[in-house]
Design a binder for this molecule. Sequence first.
Ligand code: PEP
Ligand code: MN
Length: 251
Amino acid sequence: MIQRTEYTTIIAGPCAVESFEQMDTVCNTLSRLGLTHLRGGCFKPRTKCDTFRGLGVEGLAIMSEMRRKYGLTIITEVRDTKHLDLVAETADIIQIGAKSMFDNDLLLACGELKKTIVLKRNFAATVKELVSAAEFISSKGNDDIILCERGIRTFETNTRFTLDLCGVAWLKQNTNFPIIIDPSHAMGLAYGVPDLARASVAMGIDGLMLEIHPEPSKALSDARQQLDMKQFEQLYSSLIPIAQSIGKNLI
Ligand code: PEP
Ligand code: MN
């Protein structure tokens, strides 16, 4: 469980689980750096229906294998209540994606679980609507919820979304939930992710979620925003002193 503490948890992995080899490369890097939280989508919500929608059950099996081999904490998205039992068998932490934030039935079903839930803010939701969505989960007894800022839609079109750090400051002040930031989806372009990640860590958040891929240009989803292994390692090194300067440690 990620809690509001002196730690900032780094969660990294590809947008989508694509193959055993891809995940093995990512996990090697995480393990070498002493990091423990792996992300990767198996049921992908997509904007265009003719694009890769994830490996589904096969992807979950790869994630389970990564947990067994590397002892990592697994974070993966559930998109549909009909997959919830399957996803819950594999995931240590279940992600509800931005596009599902308003799915009352999915929120309530996740509320019945005894598992940590990462709830991503919809790109058209206010921070109060995000908190209201979290209350659907907690109303069923599960208050082990992490809120994730991942960018909102504004008039700006040069970047994919706009990272709402004001909203994060509001959530820190007005809620008790742990808060993580996903700069990858906010920026949508890899070159901007390290700067946003450093700004996010400097805010004293509980976790940072990054999309990383062995060969981003070949990624089957979100190719433009993923960092390669070298870029990720360089970013990670630069985050350590920033976290320390505000009394936090990266884990
Ligand atoms: C993701 O984390 O891969 C994802 C689909 O993000 P979001 O729900 O924020 O769009
Ligand atoms: Mn993605």
